[in-house]
Design a binder for this molecule. Sequence first.
Ligand code: NCD
Length: 309
Amino acid sequence: MMNIKSNTALRHIINISDLSDKLIDQIINRAQHFVEHGYTASLQNRIIATIFLEPSTRTRLSFASAVCRAGGQVISVDQADTTSLTKGESLEDMIKVVSSYADVIVLRHPEAGSAQRAAAVATVPVINAGDGPNAHPTQTLLDLFTIQQALGRTDQLTIGLVGDLKYSRVAHSMAEVLARAQGVTQYWIAPEELMMPDSVKNTLKQHQGRYQETTNLLAALPKLDIVMMTRVQKERFQNPADYERLKNSYILEPEHLTTAQPSLKILAPLPRTEELPPSLDALPQAYYFTQASFGVPVRAALLEYCLAA
Ligand code: NCD
């Protein structure tokens, strides 16, 4: 007999609010353990389905790498047009079926709310690997881990989120979790048209998170401990002309860093377009490739947590 668990007991990760501060600390500490001591076969005999219906390099492959390192197996969809969705199958039907093939489902989907819909019908945990412009909670975990590595803390800091704050799911989840931290001031640096949505602002207000909105990156830069650069999200624009007009709103050049704190770290979820010129890469402030490497230990720790119930 198949053992179908009740939905309420499942450890779905749909938004960063699904993880308490204590759980986030546990996951970060476990990831740190993997970095220092290596992996154990904690996912042995486990099958992880990665269903990616939007492009991905880092998120899908770091999940897959984490599973391999921890002794599990991956089954994978990496193109929507190779699935029965193209025959008209619903996301819900797909998730019900994959629930019987895997022990956890990692889903990336172009629509906001899709991960929630998947969790409503899944009989295994669902991890949101990006639902349209809405949320990207596992990126936030790795971003927090990165900040911990860079500064030795994830509180008492000033951080700039720069670029496409309207459509960047990375920025939305990050802003939300930082609102819960002590002594964090956020600078939201974006063109007027790409400022943070009201839904995120409301969450910040609930947590009494401190933020300032500005269009001026260079004026804010000297105040920052961390600057997180986001790509203008071409695929979310209705009108290509708007993308063309806004795509180069912020380009962080090496000479801009002369006014910055020497300990500043530059983060980015990647991929990059023009906002992060390769001339930055060799500077000590450039931390984005190190950041990307942390996807593996953090996602291994998260999968362990989701499967431990
Ligand atoms: C981000 C995403 O998919 O939202 N990438 C990632 O997961 N590393 C950021 C982006 O695509 O700009």
